[in-house]
Design a protein around this ligand. Structure first.
Ligand SMILES: Nc1ncnc2c1ncn2[C@@H]1O[C@H](COP(=O)(O)OP(=O)(O)OP(=O)(O)O)[C@@H](O)[C@H]1O
Length: 343
């Protein structure tokens, strides 16, 4: 079992003058064997963070750590972090049979021995709920849900310690989303995987996650145990997401796969000064001009409790909107950032 940690990670695209900082100082820990759900609207940097973990996006600051070791220092040939994408076509070659695609991802010593290779492909197909006899079909002959199962099998073929699932059910019919999510949960538990599960759909995240982290304009604005955070969101942005999501009483499958908030998303090319959320915040200077601190001072994460934290000067005021005392006096890191613990 392995812990994944992002330590003050920054990802900047483009040049100094014309670029944008898609991920800006993210501290996030995915404890060994647990699922952290990462939510946030389109453009908040979710995929960029995922890609940074596997070297597909440029880490321009901070570090990504696997059990304390910078992923850039891992021995060559080791692929302990596997990324599964929304569109399985991006990871499956349409000209290769699904068996070939899975085999290709096996460790070299297994791939070289034909009987072992065959046996392993059959085992992986069964693991993801498909008939081992289907190894000869092409991805185009399969349904979207089946292709996503193949993509999962291919990711697992590499024997990862960490799986990052990036919107893996978003492109699927609502009718098959549930079965793929169930499979993901079963595999994660059975194999003891550490998982970062990315989705813009809060109902989906609620279903699979032990912890939830909320990303807004490249920054984590709140993190905590899933149940607690969703039942009692501290950051006004998280509250917006929770209010916009289908209620827990409604079926997951009935949940519309819609963005979690309707408001105009922030522009990462020109992030606002102070708190990045202040131009749309329902408890900030828009409603109370006395709260000008939000336009000038970037809020650190504040701690209603050790496990559950929000980066808001007036986090407590989300519930008690008359609270006059800025919470920004309490400055601490997120769970997992530099030695803090989630347990
Ligand atoms: N390769 C790239 N070059 C330049 N800018 C990029 C690149 N990839 C992403 N971006 C920009 O970085 C920001 C974050 O994008 P990212 O795809 O990480 O967000 P996201 O939260 O995953 O959104 P979505 O849910 O729409 O995929 C966006 O403004 C996006 O346009």
């Amino acid at each position: 079992m392995t812990e994944l940690a992002f330590e003050d990670v920054q990802v900047r695209y483009g040049t100094h003058r014309s670029g944008l900082t898609a991920v800006d100082g993210v501290d996030l820990r995915v404890p060994s064997g647990s699922v952290v759900g990462l939510v946030g609207e389109s453009g908040s940097g979710k995929s960029t963070l995922a890609r940074a973990a596997v070297g597909l996006a440029p880490v321009t600051g901070g570090r990504v750590l696997l059990d304390g070791t910078d992923v850039r220092r891992l021995p060559r040939g080791r692929r302990p972090i596997q990324l599964v994408f929304q569109d399985p076509y991006s990871s499956l070659d349409p000209r290769m049979t699904v068996g070939e695609s899975i085999a290709e991802a096996l460790p070299r010593e297994v791939f070289r021995r034909r009987p072992a290779r065959r046996g392993e492909v059959a085992r992986l197909l069964e693991l993801v709920g498909l008939d081992a006899g289907r190894s000869g079909v092409l991805p185009g002959e399969l349904s979207g849900g089946q292709r996503q199962r193949i993509a999962l099998a291919r990711a697992l073929a590499a024997r990862p310690e960490v799986v990052i699932a990036d919107e893996i059910t978003s492109a699927l019919d609502v009718s098959v989303q549930g079965s793929v999510l169930n499979l993901v949960r079963e595999l994660q538990r059975e194999l003891g995987l550490t998982m970062l599960f990315i989705s813009h759909n809060l109902a989906v995240v609620r279903y699979v996650s032990d912890y939830v982290a909320v990303l807004y304009l490249g920054r984590i604005v709140e993190m905590g145990p899933a149940e607690r955070l969703l039942a009692d969101p501290q950051h006004p942005y998280t509250r917006e997401l929770v209010d916009a999501a289908p209620s827990a009483h409604r079926s997951l499958l009935a949940a519309p796969d819609s963005p979690v908030a309707d408001a105009e998303p922030g522009d990462p090319h020109r992030p606002p000064a102070g708190c990045r959320f202040h131009p749309r915040c329902p408890v900030g200077p828009l409603v109370d001009p006395g709260r000008s601190i939000c336009t000038t001072v970037d809020p650190a994460t504040v701690a209603p409790s050790r496990e559950h934290r929000a980066a808001c000067h007036f986090a407590a005021a989300v519930e008690h909107t008359d609270s006059p005392v800025p919470n920004s006096v309490v400055r601490t890191g997120f769970p997992g950032a530099r030695g803090d613990t989630l347990e």
